[in-house]
Design a protein around this ligand. Structure first.
Ligand SMILES: Nc1ncnc2c1ncn2[C@@H]1O[C@H](COP(=O)(O)OP(=O)(O)OP(=O)(O)O)[C@@H](O)[C@H]1O
Ligand SMILES: [Mg+2]
Length: 478
């Protein structure tokens, strides 16, 4: 007689299953009930507070108003930005407030409870961050929940990064920028870890996609991604926002070929010209522009365009372009790829704090164009011209995001692939996972930029010169 399968359903199994199901449903019901109750209490409290405020205002007005019917002029709305937009690094209120712009966005009431969402799975549990896929109980809508970071390095003790992220995301509305649906809170609202951003959910981030792809993106796909990236960045720069942490893990991609910029933890508002003092320690090392590495205190939108150049290179090879081990090594890798700065190509670079003690080779031994073309042999002349310009050492020579959108690279064949024709990938964010941490983290707030001291790059091209002279191989007689 054939033995009974180990997996066959017995009556006992079925009963157990039914019991488990009942228990699960009961738990769900209780949770929904609790959320509803919390919501109702919150609403009642908010209404009571609003009514009290209105009463107080009416009373005060009655006290102030003269008995005759002279109506006082209506109070003008305050449009100057709040203090929290300013960097804690030396910008005075007057310096920046005159230049900051705020664009209109709808206001929000009191935050709802996180209990309105059911966690489905963790997406990312990084050094400090936590992002999960979750479902809104009432609507069944799938979202991403991002818990605000408590940054122990933040000397101010204020959740500045989180506040900025909320403010900027709330102000932004663009198809290539992740949208913030609401902010929800846990039970203990006095703790920053109990504040969550509810973001639209996208199936992938570009770093994970690149890491899993057996073949690199096609040229037409690279163009579609770059156009969307440039379009999102152009919108940000147009609205006076610097992202300051563009990298492939902060670019999300959905299964309809749409790219969206995420992670505004490092972003800030700036004016034109930018405030005289900005945090130097911004942007993850591999995507950090040379002017930042050389200690520039004033910088602008061009720092984001450098990162866009690094992302362009990464899309072509599936590998981060400039993987320095530390700041000095990062600069060495930049100079190897992009040549060394000269007074002609980058007037005034010597005045940057970390450039004073820089020892450079006598001759650059290089000219950016040929090296970039050699490293990306499949790229057309227009493509390498765009990449070389994004990777200009001199920030003033980098194209703006708007200029990039008009570049002939995107008009040439192969044309950008239609988003709807974009390949789809198995979603990692839809499964339980912990992402491998193989890339450096964004710098923590409040950390000081390193003084790089004397940097000796004079031997940088020595080995290349030898190679060029034909020292590559020799025949040995035995
Ligand atoms: N809206 C979203 N939909 C899907 N996945 C998301 C979403 N937002 C973030 N993620 C995933 O979570 C990861 C971390 O998110 P994010 O970069 O916003 O957080 P972070 O805490 O600042 O992370 P890090 O310090 O690694 O930059 C992303 O790389 C992405 O994989
Ligand atoms: Mg991130």
């Amino acid at each position: 007689m054939a033995s009974k399968s180990r997996w066959a359903d017995t009556e006992e199994d079925a009963a157990l299953e039914a019991k488990k199901k009942r228990e699960k449903e009961e738990k769900k019901r209780l949770k929904a009930e609790k959320a509803q109750k919390a919501e109702a209490e919150r609403r009642a409290q908010a209404e009571a507070e609003a009514a009290a405020k209105q009463r107080a205002a009416q009373e005060q007005q009655q006290r102030l108003e003269p008995p005759d019917d002279n109506i006082p002029p209506t109070k003008r709305r305050k449009i100057t930005p709040e203090q929290d937009d300013q960097e804690k690094d030396g910008t005075t209120e007057n310096e920046s407030s005159a230049k900051l712009l705020r664009f209109e966005a709808g206001g929000w009431g009191k935050s709802r409870s996180v209990e309105n969402y059911d966690k489905l799975n963790d997406i990312e549990e990084g050094a400090y961050g936590w992002v999960a896929r979750a479902k809104e109980i009432k609507t069944g809508k799938v979202v991403a929940l991002k818990r605000l970071k408590f940054d122990p390095n933040d000397a101010s003790g204020l959740p500045e990064t989180g506040l900025r992220e909320i403010q900027i995301l709330k102000d932004c509305s663009h198809r290539n920028i992740v949208s913030l649906r609401e902010v929800v809170v846990g039970d203990d609202t006095s703790r920053i870890e109990n504040i969550f951003l509810v973001l639209e959910f996208l199936e992938h981030d570009l770093m994970s996609v690149l890491g899993d792809m057996p073949e690199p993106f096609l040229a037409s796909e690279v163009k579609t991604l770059l156009l969307q990236l440039a379009s999102g960045v152009a919108y940000l720069h147009d609205h006076w926002v610097l992202h300051r942490d563009l990298k492939t893990s902060n670019l999300l991609l959905n299964n309809r070929g749409q790219l969206k910029i995420a992670d505004f933890g490092m972003a800030r508002y700036v004016g034109d010209p930018p405030p005289p003092k900005l945090t130097q320690l911004v942007v993850t090392l591999w995507y950090r522009a040379p002017e930042l590495l050389l200690g520039a205190k004033t910088y602008g939108a061009a720092v984001d365009m450098w990162s866009v150049g690094c992302i362009f290179g990464e899309l072509l090879t599936r590998e981060p372009l400039l993987q320095g081990k530390n700041e000095v090594d990062e600069l060495a890798k930049i100079f190897e790829l992009c040549g060394i700065p000269t007074d002609e190509s980058w007037p005034g670079f010597r005045r940057l704090p970390n450039a004073r003690h820089l020892r450079l080779p006598k001759s650059s031994g290089t000219n950016t164009g040929p090296i970039i073309r050699a490293r990306f042999p499949l790229l057309t002349a227009a493509g390498s011209a765009l990449l070389s310009s994004l990777l200009s050492l001199n920030p003033d020579r980098r194209p703006t995001a708007k200029e990039m959108l008009d570049h002939e690279f995107f008009r040439q064949d192969p044309k950008p692939k239609h988003e709807a024709m974009f390949p789809t990938f198995p979603s990692k964010a839809g499964q339980e996972r912990r992402r491998r941490r193989s890339t450096p983290n964004a710098p923590g707030r409040g950390q000081k930029a390193a003084d790089l001291g004397t940097m000796d790059f004079s031997g940088l091209f020595a080995s290349r010169e030898k190679e060029e002279r034909g020292g590559g191989f020799s025949l040995r007689m035995v």
